[in-house]
Design a protein around this ligand. Sequence first.
Ligand SMILES: [Zn+2]
Length: 450
Amino acid sequence: MSKRLWIKQPLACFDGTQQIETNGLVIENGKIVELLAVGQQPSHPCETIFDARQHVILPGLINTHHHFYQTLTRAWGPVINQPLFPWLKTLYPVWAKLTPQALRLGSEVALAELLLSGCTTTSDHHYLFPVGMEEAIDIQVAAVNHLGMRATLSRGSMSLGEKSGGLPPEHTVQAAEIILEDSQRLIERYHDTRDGAMINIALAPCSPFSVTPDIMKQSAKLAEEKNVRLHTHLAETLDEEAFCLKLFGLRTVDYLDSVGWLSSRTWLAHGIHFNDEEIYRLGKEGVAISHCPVSNMRLASGICRTQELLQAGATISLGVDGSASNDASNMMYEARQALYLQRLRYGTQTITPELVLGWATRGGAKTLGRDDIGEINVGKQADLALFTLEDIRFSGSHDPLAALLLCGAERADRVMVAGNWRVIDGEIVDVDLPRLLNHHRKAAKHLIDL
Ligand SMILES: [Zn+2]
């Protein structure tokens, strides 16, 4: 029989929607089996009790947009002060030199950084498959398993090179048949449809300016056939809007519609430059948006219209993006930035810590098409992030949940994934982080020096 764990009397608890009063949670077989009212005891004895009186508990945070490999090109001189298109064009040739080992290290560092920030489920959007990198997603699956996290790994693609009017150099793009064949292989090999799945696969042509309309259409068809999710970058900058008008004669959402992507299967990174009519259409179809505030501020791309999108029926979640445009992989840091950036647009009363933490949890689960994570409730997966308020930055704070964002919590004290403690006392279990960072720094330097 599986052991029962009582996480007893937390200082505060956020269930994915609001702050709740609770005498704690009981975990068994990787799931939350009881959520106790104040004063209530577990229905059966628990073998282990964890005293959580010093801890604020959140559902494990969910990151819905990232490029793990970019941890190798953080804060790189030539692109520090560039907006999106020149930033991309300068970085493409560097990224094209990616090796399997560098991708493994980049992915493990991104995952470790996310995990330490309280993230238990992440997505990644990998679209670089130069010669020798055919097994990029397989490498990422191994990295996710190594860290003991959950992930939706999206098989990205680029098929529209410079010669055909696209942005990426020719040697970074792939033929449509290769992309689709590999997409099918990955879904069949790794996509787990069960409750509590650790790995999901999604299909993710990179952006309108780097793929052909044909690959967008074929990917949508395959996603429908295999019942997997679709992901891409859309409406990130006005440059992109101008590009779509010039090459396709369409605005971004019309383009999305023309390739069969306007559906609840789709989640979009950024989603900034939409007009009212486009927001109405996206909401009506139940499209999800991964809001990436730090990347959007760093590249001066714009501010996502979250409130209009929500009112129209769209789902909002948070993505760290990057790490060449963030340059952190920290979900608490991202949530804090989302709170403040969105307040600039909508004011203090509308944008609350609970709303933003909801995007980072429940909104993330919905974006990735899951109903087994993102909430603290009976029957949900035991994915939890526990924070203490002992650091100097919290001293003198009063509301424990608000303190996490307002005082700037960056590192969880404990993180649980599927009932297993993956972070204890602020350290990842079974991972030699100094050794990993040592190798990662060398790989990053080598990539630039090549
Ligand atoms: Zn991105």
